[in-house]
Design a protein around this ligand. Structure first.
Ligand SMILES: Cc1cc2nc3c(=O)[nH]c(=O)nc-3n(C[C@H](O)[C@H](O)[C@H](O)COP(=O)(O)OP(=O)(O)OC[C@H]3O[C@@H](n4cnc5c(N)ncnc54)[C@H](O)[C@@H]3O)c2cc1C
Length: 471
């Protein structure tokens, strides 16, 4: 059998690439090594029966906002987005917390002496976001449609978050922003970490940090269901190890990392790209704990109970120190911990009155150190009595993450380090970073706009093929 396109990987990007092609009338088959779709967007009972945990992504600030999905009838295939009452929160010692609501004014009011500073920054981002979105979520070398808004964003975005936050008078605003900037998985003293902070603040105040009812798996099943409805085929338990594992095709879209693509494509890649791809550098890994809880997390600041996401790590200086230690190859005693608590808005995820949460921290790539103790010490610090609520837990090391999904090399959740030039040259300097050759395309988190559950990378790789050989 010959198809127009074969897609390797049935994560959010692979499914989206396939949908884009199938909806345009092209024949497409998706090959997935796992026995279910979703990649790092899957849900499973990792602890106790009736507790539905996300094995990877939980909250998807770019999912609801995704230009790749907003026009798809995913609701007809079971997807429903939950908008949390609090987009995200960031506790500090003394029972205080910075709370990000959808409303800029309400958020700013809680930030003490920095209220005006926040109002100006976040208000500007919320207004500019619609104009900025195509440029921020697209390839680096594209022609901006709104150069003034982009220049205004770019001048700030290039800065290290620590520089951007200089002059803040209180500790709440810097902590709130640091939690967003730390999604870069880089020390906050590095250039461009501000871009992550601005992006996540803009999303909080526009479309919100939403998540799918039932868990990430509901989104992936909705994508797969829609794909099948437009004629796409998905083959599970089908690992692609060599080129001969691919059916006859006109184009092959990979949603793997660049090194995996290089190993499979071999001398089909130009020498320059072969060198770049085999030298691709992976960033820190993640150590993750999933909790089944007897009740909600007992945050010292009770407003955090209804937040979908909580950034746990203390002040800007503490978050900066923790991420620096990870970059230096060590394990922070007080890590920066990302906490997702989906049952705050979706009680269907656990038996009545019970809750789930995941918490993960960054660790050096491939680390074998058990970080459960430091993660729980941070949770106890801001939620005294947390440990008493734990009914069961499941830990996943970087190697454990990679075992569920070969894209998570050494536990890297972002498809490759954001350090050096890799943040902007994903996977290499090109006007069309998705087109590798006339036959081979790459649409994984290792292309713009990077990691996260939004499908944009896959969508753009498919568009590139539709503009080229599949026209
Ligand atoms: C612990 C964790 C927490 C995260 N939290 C969030 C979050 O809260 N919000 C958010 O937006 N993002 C989060 N992410 C990141 C997000 O999940 C990823 O960026 C996103 O899933 C990338 O999508 P993808 O389709 O490119 O790759 P993946 O989701 O990794 O899917 C790739 C698929 O390809 C398959 N595959 C790989 N190689 C082969 C092969 N050779 N043959 C066949 N199949 C193959 C894999 O099995 C996998 O199913 C998290 C990730 C992890 C791991």
């Amino acid at each position: 059998m010959s198809v127009d396109a074969v897609v390797v990987g049935a994560g959010p990007n692979g499914l989206t690439a396939a949908i884009t092609l199938a909806a345009a009338g092209r024949s497409v088959v998706v090959l997935e090594q796992a026995d279910e779709v979703g990649g790092a967007a899957r849900t499973a009972e990792l602890t106790l029966p009736g507790f539905a945990h996300d094995i990877g992504a939980a909250v998807m600030p770019l999912g609801f906002a995704s230009p790749a999905w907003r026009d798809l009838p995913l609701g007809e295939h079971g997807l429903e987005w939950i908008a949390p009452e609090v987009e995200f929160g960031h506790p500090l010692d003394g029972g205080r917390a910075a709370i990000a609501y959808r409303d800029v004014e309400r958020t700013a009011t809680g930030l003490g002496a920095d209220a005006d500073r926040y109002r100006r920054m976040a208000g500007r981002m919320a207004v500019d976001w619609a104009r900025l979105e195509p440029a921020v979520l697209g390839p680096l070398l594209s022609i901006p449609r709104h150069p003034v808004a982009l220049a205004r964003f770019g001048m700030k975005a290039l800065l290290p978050a620590t520089t951007f936050l200089r002059g803040a008078e209180d500790d709440l605003y810097p902590a709130l922003f640091a939690g967003c900037a730390a999604h870069a998985i880089l020390p906050l003293t590095r250039p461009m970490t501000t871009s992550f902070g601005l992006l996540f603040v803009a999303l909080a105040h526009t479309t919100g940090w939403r998540y799918p009812r039932g868990g990430a798996g509901t989104l992936s099943r909705a994508l797969a269901g829609y794909l099948r409805s437009v004629g796409g085929e998905i083959r599970l338990s089908h690992e692609v190890r060599t080129w001969s594992d691919l059916p006859d095709h006109r184009v092959a879209i990979f949603t793997t990392g660049p090194p995996a693509l290089a190993a499979i494509a071999g001398d089909r890649l130009p020498d320059r790209l072969m060198r770049t791809f085999t030298r691709w550098s992976y960033g820190p890994g993640a150590f993750k704990v999933d909790y089944a809880l007897d009740g909600p997390i007992p945050w010292a600041d009770p407003r955090l109970e209804v937040a979908g996401t909580v950034h746990v790590g203390g002040t800007l200086a503490e978050v900066t120190a923790a991420e620096q230690q990870v970059a230096d190859g060590s394990h922070p005693e007080q890590p920066f911990v990302l906490v997702a608590q989906p049952t705050a808005g979706d009680p269907s995820r656990a038996p009545e009155g019970k809750h789930i949460a995941w918490a993960y921290c960054h660790v050096p790539n491939g680390s074998t150190v058990d970080m459960t103790g430091p993660i729980e010490a941070q949770l106890e610090r801001f939620a005294p009595g947390f440990r008493d609520r734990v009914l069961a837990k499941a830990t996943t090391s970087p190697a454990g993450l990679e075992a569920t999904n070969p894209n998570l090399v050494g536990g890297d959740v972002g498809g490759g380090s954001h350090g050096g030039l890799q943040l902007i040259l994903r996977p290499s300097l090109s006007l069309d970073p998705y087109r590798i050759t006339d036959e081979i395309y790459l649409g994984s988190a290792s292309t713009p706009p990077g990691g996260g559950v939004h499908g944009i990378n896959g969508y753009r790789a498919a568009q590139s093929a539709l503009d080229g050989p599949l026209r």
